[in-house]
Design a protein around this ligand. Structure first.
Ligand code: BES
Ligand code: MN
Ligand code: ZN
Length: 494
């Protein structure tokens, strides 16, 4: 979808649909002038309770020639005093979904005129771009009839604010392209998005955004002793890989922020096979990797003044005669030995070598990993928030602030040493899975912590937030691209 800005007055702008934001308890100038043109029709909608301005609600009105805009799309903003950027983002997302149902491909918006204009423009663009996303590359029927958005025009009343508005639009477009990349990667099925596909996508991204990209293949992983990553990949014909992307936006000597993303292209559970029903969802087990790639793409497009390294350990977790098994003991790159008690706890294994690689090769100023790591995190938080754990108070608080601003919810969980008791093995230094499921997201994070040394580190468990079965205002059902907006906001705030 194209986005443009123009300084035409709202009331005289000709378009097939004009979005206007409406409060539950207040009416602004735009509402009043549209209402006047429609001879009080909007007011009657309120008194008849057909539309009340509730957050997320929309109502499409034909103007029957009484306004240059053919239709008005009213979208609820809730109470005026409760207006936030997130409300605007959600309103824009709901609008996009309503326009899609009405098959209106080009439209104009006055929604961003509620609230502070720069913030509101970004929120409107983000909501509209993210809410209009769809993934139908694998649908072959009725291609011509398939709906596609064309253009959104933002109406900015003051001509002298157009340049500023354009900058905000470009910023949101850059961020949303990153989110879309992440969503696309997660949406592709496991037979397409293999470890080789992720490596090729990383190379493609690197040449498009002038990044450096290195893909470590089996031989080299063996030389480095990344046996935990190698073990997970053993059962699959798709070789495991370690993908390293670097973006240089700051001085040579600036220590980088390292992002590590779990890249299991499909998680069958391995020999500790998962039950059949719902297993197809495990194509999303590389959402951490997707978030890292999307974030780097957006950071490069925004030319953020930071050094960033993205590290993606990728493998397919399969059963088979070569697969790793319960009872195996492996020596990770760090030297710590791990008894395998459950081959379905594979994410922490690929991550532990990646975290160790990052610490050994970069002096990270901070390190953040993202992983669809545990079902336990979904039990704890549902689909409303990602789990946050880590070793550094300041990093955790910075991430929480970025969460507030981006609308990507995260929730901190404790990471006390006592949780580690469950991860002690009789035969090796650690075991990869506790014998009980209790606090499973925390014992998993505790395991990761053993590999980060003194590095400032935070872990985001995105198992519940990477994919939604029910649409949200700007998260159409399916892949959410979670992590990208949060991390960009975090990096911007530094
Ligand atoms: N990829 C799964 C976690 C997951 C669950 C992601 C639901 C998305 C939605 C992970 O590899 C896994 O299987 N974790 C196990 C760990 C257990 C064996 C200790 C789990 O959570 O059951
Ligand atoms: Mn698993
Ligand atoms: Zn997994």
């Amino acid at each position: 979808m194209n986005i443009d800005v123009t300084s035409a007055p709202v009331i005289s702008y000709a378009t097939s649909a004009l979005i206007i934001g409406c409060f539950e308890n207040a009416r602004d100038e735009i509402f009043t002038s549209c209402d006047r043109a429609l001879e009080g029709y909007l007011d009657r909608l309120f008194t008849g309770k057909q539309f009340r301005g509730k957050p997320g609600s929309t109502h499409l009105v034909h103007t029957l020639g009484k306004l240059p805009a053919e239709r008005l799309l009213l979208v609820g903003l809730g109470k005026k005093e409760e207006l936030t950027a997130e409300r605007v983002r959600q309103a824009a997302g709901s609008s996009a979904q309503a326009l899609r149902s009405a098959r209106i491909a080009s439209f104009a918006s006055a929604l961003h005129l509620a609230g502070d204009i720069a913030t509101a423009i970004e929120a409107t663009c983000e909501g509209a771009l993210l809410g209009s996303y769809s993934f139908d590359q694998y649908k072959t029927k009725d291609k011509e009839e398939r709906f596609q958005f064309e253009a959104m025009i933002l109406l900015v009343p003051e001509k002298n604010r157009l340049p500023e508005a354009r900058t905000s639009v470009e910023r949101s477009q850059a961020i949303c392209r990153g989110v879309s990349l992440a969503r696309d990667l997660v949406s592709h099925p496991g037979n397409v998005a293999t470890t080789g596909y992720l490596a090729a996508a990383a190379h493609e991204l690197a040449s498009r955004c002038a990044l450096s990209c290195l893909v470590l293949e089996t031989d080299y992983l063996e030389e480095l002793g990344m046996n935990a990553l190698l073990a997970v990949g053993k059962g699959s014909v798709e070789p495991p890989r370690l993908i390293v992307l670097e973006y240089h936006g700051a001085g040579e000597r600036d220590r980088p922020t390292v992002l590590v993303g779990k890249g299991i292209t499909f998680d069958t559970g391995g020999i500790s096979l998962k039950p059949g029903p719902g297993m197809e969802a495990m194509k999303t087990d590389m959402a951490g990797a997707a978030a890292v790639m999307g974030t780097i793409e957006a950071a490069a497009a925004l030319k953020l003044p930071v050094n960033l390294v993205g590290i993606i350990p990728t493998a397919e977790n399969m059963p088979g005669s070569k697969a790793y098994k319960p009872g195996d003991v492996i020596t990770s790159m760090s030297g710590l030995t791990i008894e395998i008690t459950n081959t379905d706890a594979e994410g922490r294994l690929v991550l532990c070598d990646a975290l160790n690689y990052a610490v050994a090769n970069y002096k990270p100023a901070a390190m953040i990993d993202l992983a669809t790591l545990t079902g336990a995190c979904v039990v704890a938080l549902g689909h409303e928030a990602s789990g946050l754990m880590g070793s550094d108070r300041r990093l955790i608080e910075d991430l929480k602030r970025a969460s507030e601003r981006s609308g990507e919810r995260i929730w901190e969980m404790p990471l006390w040493d006592e949780y580690g008791e469950a991860m002690k093995s009789d035969i090796a230094d650690l075991k990869n899975a506790a014998s009980s499921r209790e606090g499973g997201h925390i014992t998993a994070a505790w395991f990761l912590k053993q590999f980060v040394g003194k590095t400032r580190w935070a872990h985001l468990d995105i198992a519940g937030t990477a994919w939604v079965d029910k649409s949200r205002p700007y998260l159409p059902k399916g892949a959410t691209g979670v992590g990208v907006r949060l991390l960009i906001e975090y990096l911007r705030g530094k």
